[in-house]
Design a binder for this molecule. Structure first.
Ligand code: PLP
Length: 436
């Protein structure tokens, strides 16, 4: 048997997520500042039956259909674009002020499927390029690389992607006969950096999308977890040209195992075809349809909460903010309360929302350091280099505070401090020898 696999798998040989999962398994007593998972203490699993019933009763009453028939339908194959689109329409309107018609909505298996379908529907491998923020969430980059598409990064500043560099890159590609088809943006509290795009840049990139004829894939996985007073409008809300494909997920808002994501696409091509229809066609041949049972759970939660998840997630948001503040306090305690010079060169951001922050270090950290830190010092972090494309900077790390218990934060940061102090003083070789 020929054992040759897809050559593109080489491009994700150093799969970061697999690496971090292995470390967590190999060193179970290490505290993880690497896991960007939502906190499972908030998972609302006991009421699954109740929510499914809420949905069935709602449809039965509003559409005058028998409950039993609706129930048995939940076990059946269903429409590729989804069965709860009307309810999602209402939710998008109440929660985000987005007025979207149901036929421009697809209910997908998480945002990951929305990314995959977007790339498959829009891009030609030889002609098109996908541009992402650098650093970038690995879900799109690695999928595109496995599938053989060209992906390129544009530097991310503290107010979002550098739009001058984006423009230059688009023009450079054009000169080489390549077209930028997708620009992928996590507009709020980006994974891995925690930054959000300024409103000014949001407006500018919408104009660029029309000028250079590309689609913006807006991934709003974290926008609801805003700690600041001011919530910025989504790119979709500012979208004058229907060029934003808006991706929403319930993975962080409800729980990830429900695997429900929402994709909004309302672009119409000159020849009259609608983008949503093309996306639907592709979805039909990738995953057929999204689980009706899981759609019913989400719909039930939305109906029960009057189509807004703000109150439903109030405690979750407060907890997340508390954990971010505890992390900041711990960093302050360990890196600012002594006069060691290297500590002064450890800097961090204070994200206005989301699950992540970045710590800049005075020295490099490698994959090997991650193992040493877990094994010897008992804490796991993620080097930012895992998320970078073109410009590899090994002198910073991502800290996820979403899935750590409050009382573990101080110990985790203390352990991180000990690791960095040891590395600063001795280098990693001695740090191994010293503890063996
Ligand atoms: C930016 C971003 N988008 C999407 C996802 C995954 O979303 P889903 O679970 O809906 O596939 C994640 C998960 O970590 C993420 O950080």
């Amino acid at each position: 048997m020929r054992k040759k696999l897809n050559d593109n798998l080489n491009s994700i040989e150093n799969d970061t997520m697999e690496f971090l999962n292995e470390i967590a398994e190999n060193y179970p007593s290490a505290i993880s500042l690497a896991s960007g998972r939502p906190d499972s203490r908030f998972f609302d699993l006991k009421k699954i039956d109740f929510y499914i019933n809420t949905y069935l009763n709602f449809i039965s009453e509003t559409q005058k259909k028998p409950y039993e028939a609706l129930l048995s339908n939940l076990g059946q194959y269903s429409d590729a674009s989804g069965i709860i689109n009307e309810i999602i329409t209402k939710y998008l309107s109440v929660e985000y002020g987005l007025e979207i018609s149901p036929e421009n909505i697809l209910i997908n298996i998480g945002t990951q499927e929305s990314l995959l379908i977007s790339v498959l529907t829009l891009c030609n491998k030889e002609e098109d390029v996908i541009i992402v923020e650098d650093p970038c969430y690995v879900g799109i980059k690695n999928y595109a690389l496995i599938a053989g598409y060209e992906v390129s990064g544009v530097k991310l500043y503290t107010d979002g992607m550098c739009l001058d560099s984006l423009e230059k890159k688009i023009i450079n590609y054009k000169e080489k006969g390549k077209h930028t088809k997708i620009v992928y943006i996590v507009s709020d509290f980006q994974n891995p950096s925690g930054i959000r795009m300024s409103v000014e840049k949001r407006k500018q990139i919408i104009e660029l999308s029309e000028k250079y004829d590309f689609f913006i894939l807006e991934d709003n996985a974290y926008g609801d977890f805003c700690f600041a007073d001011e919530i910025f409008p989504t790119l979709k809300k500012l979208d004058k040209y229907n060029r934003v494909i808006y991706l929403h997920t319930f993975s962080k808002l409800i729980y990830p195992s429900v695997r429900i994501g929402v994709m909004v696409a309302d672009y119409k091509f000159d020849d009259g075809r609608s983008l949503s229809n093309q996306l639907k066609k592709v979805k039909g041949y990738t995953t057929v349809n999204t689980s009706s049972i899981n759609q019913a759970i989400i719909a039930g939660i939305l109906i029960e909460n009057s189509f807004s998840l703000k109150q439903y997630n109030k405690e979750k948001l407060e907890n997340l903010k508390e954990k971010k503040n505890l992390t900041l306090d711990a960093l302050q305690k360990y890196f600012r309360s002594n006069s060691e010079e290297w500590c002064g060169n450890v800097q961090w951001n204070d994200p206005e929302g989301g699950f992540f922050m970045v710590i800049d270090l005075p020295f490099k950290v490698t994959r090997e350091d991650v193992i040493i830190c877990a094994e010897v010092f008992g804490v796991i972090f993620t080097p930012m280099s895992f998320f970078q494309l073109d410009e590899i900077n090994e002198k910073n790390i991502r800290i996820a505070y979403s899935n750590i218990k409050e009382d573990k934060i101080i110990t985790a940061v203390e352990r991180l401090y000990n690791f960095l102090k040891n590395k600063h003083e001795n280098g990693k070789k001695e740090c191994r020898i010293g503890t063996s």
